[in-house]
Design a protein around this ligand. Structure first.
Ligand SMILES: Nc1ncnc2c1ncn2[C@@H]1O[C@H](COP(=O)(O)OP(=O)(O)OP(=O)(O)O)[C@@H](O)[C@H]1O
Length: 310
């Protein structure tokens, strides 16, 4: 089965305006996103996330590279590739004079959905706006407007739903509602979900797989589980007093390295062994311990480490 999204050597350079130099927002990204997944695109502000999804949505023209959406090459089948994707944008760009029902109908029209195939009532129900179907958008709360944006992204029944920073500035209740809806769309309709966020927690909670981008480059792409396993990784540093043997028995799964200054560096998994077990092994080898330090990265640290200095 082909992937939902196939991106190859994707580059985008924005022209510099008012004497500014050109801005290289994407520097050759290769990425595939499997069908049926909930995929997180993680990165700090300015990393290039919006540029990437705007290219997917056909709103920004790429400088070079290849983009296939649901198997359709954007350059060869622009209409089909656009029809396969729906985007819930970051900004609340709603026409204040439309009602939710009106906004959904107009959007469906823009996507060429014939009247008989429109599902406005179903969508209004899904986003919890049936009661407000005929109220002007300007009378809707911020949360309701966000839900309407989600509804608009769904009018053409896309296979892929993209959510750009869906919970930025959103209260807990709305966040929960959004996630419930998104999970339902994924589980019941098999919709592929892509979300951008700079909250690790959010990506952790929602996504099967995560790609981390920074300064326009892909830093890491892995299953959420593997990234969390990285969190499980711990490091213990032991400085020996005097001479110490180069090799000795260690608990299973512990990796040992020796720094130039003689410090032992033990990498181990918290789930499998403990610092005490390593200390015992060190003592059993006859080593006198001068100093002990531990390092415990959480995903935030992993992220900072991966994205710093690149
Ligand atoms: N239209 C534009 N013209 C020039 N530069 C742009 C334009 N749009 C974005 N950029 C620049 O490209 C880089 C990537 O921006 P992008 O919006 O894709 O990042 P992002 O990861 O989505 O960040 P955010 O989370 O703030 O939306 C930034 O340095 C940004 O200033």
């Amino acid at each position: 089965m082909t992937d939902a999204i196939e991106i190859e050597a994707l580059r985008k350079t924005y022209k510099g305006s008012k004497g500014q130099p050109p801005k290289e927002a994407l520097k050759g990204i290769d990425l595939t996103i499997p069908r049926g997944s909930i995929f997180g695109l993680l990165g700090p502000n300015g990393a290039g996330k919006s540029t990437m999804i705007n290219i997917l949505a056909g709103l920004v023209i790429k400088s070079s590279g290849k983009v296939k959406i649901w198997g359709f090459d954007q350059d060869v089948n622009p209409r089909q590739s656009r029809a396969a994707i729906g985007v819930m944008p970051q900004e609340l760009n709603l026409d204040p004079f439309f009602t939710p029902r009106g906004a959904l109908e107009v959007q469906a029209g823009l996507y060429g959905v014939p009247k008989k195939d429109r599902r406005s009532d179903e969508i209004l129900d899904l986003i919890g706006l049936t009661d407000k179907a005929d109220a002007y958008a300007r009378t809707l709360s911020g949360g309701m407007r966000r839900r309407l944006l989600l509804g608009k992204a769904l009018v053409h029944n896309p296979q892929i739903l993209v959510l750009d920073e869906p919970t930025a500035g959103v209260d807990i209740e709305l966040r929960q509602m959004l996630w419930t809806n998104v999970r339902r769309l994924n589980e019941e309709r098999g919709m592929t979900i892509i979300l951008t966020t700079h909250y690790l927690e959010e990506a952790q909670e929602m996504c099967d797989e995560i790609a981390i981008i920074n300064h326009g480059a892909l830093i890491k792409r892995d299953t959420t589980k593997n990234l969390l396993d990285l969190m499980d990784a711990k490091t213990l540093l032991i400085e020996p007093q005097g001479a110490a043997p180069a090799q000795f028995d260690l608990p299973e799964g512990v990796r040992m390295e020796r720094k130039k200054d003689g410090t032992f560096v033990f990498d181990y998994s918290r789930g499998k062994t403990s610092a005490n077990a390593i200390l015992d092994a060190v003592k059993a080898a006859g080593i006198v311990i001068e100093d002990v330090r531990t390092m415990e990265p959480d995903l935030e640290d992993v992220f900072v480490e991966l994205t710093s200095g690149k």
